[in-house]
Design a protein. Structure first.
Length: 132
C-alpha cells in the first residue's frame, strides 16, 4: 500500500477558530495500485485525539475509486509535539480504474465539531493525481 500524503489540523484551539478553507495536493501514483491519498485527524495542542473529521457527501474520482475508513494512523512530522503518536484519522484511499493512465482530479469536503457550542469547522481538499 502506497502513502501519498498525510494532513492534519493539530492544536484544536487554532482549528476551532478557522473558517472553511481549502488545500490542493498533487502527486503521482502507480497504475493498478491503491494509495492512501489523505489521512486527516483533529487533536488538541497537547496531542489529545478528537473524533476524526467527517466526509461530506459522496465524493468520487472520475477515473478511479475512493474508499473511506476510520483508522489509527501514526503521525510523522519531525519536530511536531505529536510526532510518532497514533491518531484516529479519516483515511482516504484512491485506486485508479483498470487501464487508466493520465491525470485524475477530485475534491473532498470535510467537517468537524468545533469546541464552541456545536458549530462545525470545515476544509475542502482538492487532489490532482497523475497515474503512471
Amino acid at each position: 500500500m502506497n502513502r501519498f500524503f498525510m494532513a492534519l489540523c493539530a492544536g484544536m484551539a487554532a482549528c476551532a477558530s478557522l473558517p472553511a478553507f481549502a488545500e490542493t495536493f498533487s502527486g503521482t501514483v502507480r497504475a493498478g495500485s491503491t494509495t492512501v491519498v489523505s489521512s486527516r485527524f483533529i487533536s488538541t495542542a497537547g496531542c489529545d485525539n478528537w473524533a476524526p473529521p467527517e466526509v461530506q457527501g459522496k465524493p468520487t474520482a472520475p477515473n478511479g475509486r475512493l474508499t473511506f475508513s476510520i483508522e489509527r494512523v501514526p503521525f510523522v512530522s519531525q519536530g511536531h509535539p505529536c510526532n510518532g503518536m497514533s491518531m484516529v484519522s479519516m483515511v482516504v484511499r484512491y485506486t485508479p480504474n483498470k487501464g487508466f493512465r493520465g491525470v485524475d482530479r477530485f475534491s473532498i469536503n470535510y467537517t468537524w465539531d468545533r469546541d464552541d457550542g456545536g458549530r462545525k469547522g470545515g476544509i475542502s481538499d482538492d487532489f490532482v493525481i497523475e497515474v503512471k
